[in-house]
Design a protein around this ligand. Structure first.
Ligand code: OOG
Ligand code: NI
Length: 457
């Protein structure tokens, strides 16, 4: 039991997320516009009573993304996020899509922490071995070795939190305030103009990571209840939206994650020593709608149908056509909560609708559900989709040139071995999200079983 004088990690996370949102609103005014648009759509959806999921967390729910350069930066940010109750879930290898990074998502993991505030940060780490020019690779490593992305007070507070098991009120406030520094935008590059150009030619992402003194937050995504309407609203308001909504189609029973974004802004940057102006594209806006978490079996079906879609359409720019194609292909993915549950394609929690059930109660779980005694609730997908992430990266970066994708041999064996490298940098293993959903489902079943006297199989 944590000491009473400590602020709960849920509270620190909530405060940090709110502070980050305020900072980003000032940095990127278009983000504020997007938030207004999303709130507007969510209100309309709630009015027509048409959402499967309307929990209190909706209005404050955000995910962000940062890109780190050095293994030691990843190791420390893991400790920082732990003080906010966020842990590394999932491993995403983006090199298979030609993006020279791999990643995890820091997020809360228990149902109660997710309900308190589900803030997540998609955190990438540069893979310098994918910079093909060895001279430039070495130069990038030398530059990264010289930077310090954390405020000294943050280092102090994280160490203190680990030692004493938490932070007091003033310390938690400082952690939020000085923690923001790592996520802040710097208009002045960390490198001279010629170096910036070389890094940018290798890959725009390399310039974004190595060229600056910190891993500025590059987007902060709210959750929207009707992403198709939101996409149309973006276009109507002349927000430069990405063409295609990534992920599965609209459904009666939404699955996984659908995302769209507005393209990265071209921002003026300066170089040290007043060397003149440059332009950089990093920061963008994104919105997402979340559905039910799928089991490995459900994920496999999802991947299979997405592969089939690729055969139907090679490259598509028209979202209406794309959505129509998706609808056709996904007709084979069951679209009722009952079938998703019975086919074990998705995860659910089970709870008792009444505090006690009388004698003569039906005995099977299915009977209890049919009689309304046990309530079934879909578990929200809290994670990311590598293919969508790659699509978002690419739509914001233009084409890559000097960085290379792994060769096929590297690729097949590389995801497992690069995961080991990533986890070594992280200082811990990443958590398997299927296991988390499975545990949440199982725990709820155990409780129902206990409350019904163990009659439920
Ligand atoms: C991260 C992109 C991944 C998502 O929602 O899939 C992501 C990045 O561009 O750094 O945020
Ligand atoms: Ni995102």
């Amino acid at each position: 039991i944590p000491h009473a004088r400590f602020v709960s990690p849920n509270e620190i996370r909530r405060d940090f997320c709110a502070a980050l949102s305020s900072m980003y609103r000032l940095e990127v005014p278009l983000y504020g516009e997007l938030i207004d648009l999303v709130n507007d759509v969510n209100e309309r959806v709630k009015e027509r009573g048409g959402s499967w999921e309307t929990s209190a967390r909706l209005g404050v729910e955000r995910h962000g993304a940062i890109r780190l350069g050095r293994p030691s930066e990843l190791a420390f940010i893991a400790r920082f996020f732990a003080t906010l109750g966020m842990y590394p879930v999932g491993y995403y290898d983006l090199s298979t899509s030609g993006v020279p990074v791999h990643a995890t998502a820091f997020r809360p993991i228990s149902s109660s922490a997710l309900e308190a505030n589900p803030f997540r940060v998609f955190t990438s780490l540069l893979r310098p071995e994918l910079i093909s020019d060895p001279m430039l690779r070495q130069q990038a490593l030398d530059i990264l070795a010289k930077r310090e992305i954390f405020h000294p007070r943050v280092r102090e507070l994280v160490t203190m939190a680990e030692r004493q098991g938490g932070l007091g009120e003033d310390e938690a406030k400082d952690l939020v305030q000085f923690g923001l520094e790592t996520f802040r935008w710097h208009e002045t590059a960390f490198v001279d103009q010629a170096t910036y150009r070389k890094l940018d030619q290798a890959h725009p992402l390399v310039a974004d990571i190595v060229g600056f003194r910190g891993p500025h937050i590059n987007h902060l995504t709210p959750r929207v209840l009707d992403i198709d309407t939101a996409q149309r609203d973006m276009i109507r308001r002349e927000i430069p939206a990405k063409q295609i909504i990534e992920g599965p189609p609209a459904r009666q029973c939404p699955i996984l994650l659908r995302q769209t974004s507005f393209q990265a802004l071209t921002e003026a940057i300066r170089f040290p020593g007043g060397e003149g102006l440059g332009a950089h594209r990093a920061r963008f806006g994104e919105i997402e709608s979340r559905g039910v978490a799928l089991t490995p079996k459900g994920h496999d079906l999802y991947m299979k149908l997405m592969d089939e879609l690729k055969r139907v359409e090679a490259h598509i720019e028209n979202n209406d056509e794309h959505q129509a194609n998706l609808q056709k292909v996904f007709a084979r993915f069951p679209d009722s909560w009952k079938s998703l549950r019975k086919d074990r394609l998705a995860y659910f929690t089970y709870s008792l609708a009444f505090t006690s059930i009388g004698p003569g109660t039906p005995r099977s779980l299915e009977d209890l559900i049919d009689d309304g005694i046990v309530t079934v609730t879909p578990i929200v997908y809290e994670d990311f989709l590598p293919a969508s992430a790659a699509g978002i990266f690419q739509s914001n970066l233009g084409s890559s040139s000097g960085s290379r994708s792994p060769t096929p041999e590297e690729s097949s064996s590389s995801t497992e071995s690069s995961k080991v490298v990533f986890e070594e940098a992280l200082g811990q293993t990443t958590i398997d999200y299927f296991e988390l959903y499975e545990q949440i489902q199982q725990k709820s079943l155990d409780t129902v079983r206990r409350l019904t006297g163990g009659v439920v199989p």
